[in-house]
Design a protein around this ligand. Sequence first.
Ligand code: RAM
Length: 357
Amino acid sequence: MKKRGMSMLLCAAMVTALLVGCSSGNQNTQATAAAAAGNAASSAAAGNDGVYAMISKAAGNPYNERQAMGFQEVCEQLGVKYVIKHPESASAEAQITMVNELVAQGVDSMAVAGNDYDALQPALSAAEKAGIKVCSFDSSVNPDSRMVFVNQAGNNEIGETLMDAILDISGGEGQWAILSATSQATNQNAWIEAMKKAMEDPKYARLELVEIAYGDDEYQKSVDQTQALLQNYPELKVICAPTTVGIMAAAKVLQDEGSACKLTGLGLPSEMADYIGTDKSCPYMYLWNPIDVGRLTAYVSVALVDGSITGAVGETFTAGDMGNYEIVAASDGGTEVIVGPPFKFDSANIDEWKSVY
Ligand code: RAM
């Protein structure tokens, strides 16, 4: 009896080690190791024996890695098992394959940063039918595909904040362009819509949005798109890049070329420190803490699995030391939890933040 208990404990420890190893391993190893561990884990541990999965938009993006760090940190603090997957490219197809794999492995929850608003619905609905609690984070999937969305900040708030930055940096008038991520990215598209809505205010009447370019959250493609914008619109005053990959690429192009065109958008302080300031390519930019997005996603996943929330408007829960959160109505008819307001980074505070995220 004693011996059996001991070997079960060892078994549980090995499964935990395997899953923890997965989260930072390469994609193929991760999928295989997770497949091996997924079913075993559900029966191995006492207490909360769920397996919590996270699927980001894509590998190779430091923003996504920071969200994963936060997710991992909370799962470890709570002593629950987790699987983190980063698709090789930011496509819905790659995510659908991962969702199907995780369903087959029998995980208990799945948090997805959607590379497409609608395309994942059949796969995620099948996951929900199999009893898996599904939420989205960072970039949502449609309300029929999720129980709740962990949104980094309010869409309208982000749209209005960016429009005010463009107005200010342009001096109130002139041509500006957007350098976005992929054309299907739910989050960037929601922010672009919010910017367009904000632009109806007469105070923006002398600003002209000339193009929305897509760098697909790939560095080189974002560099190429920035160069094309500069070539096609010699009078361009501002580029707004609501993506950490795009803004970093654009910042380097504009600064290296000594361009008169300025930049703003959403960027990681760690990647943008050399480009922030009135004498640099990006006078200021915004973001939120991506580690907190990942942390809150883990708390939401655990609360969905233990039944303390269902994703309905008005439900509240405590996210450890992050405090109390309430589920609210999202503008797409579904529900969401908002991490917090966007934060401004400029030359006065960038040094303080560049080592944080
Ligand atoms: C990129 C990704 C991510 C987005 C950030 C702001 O890293 O597109 O989804 O939230 O930018």
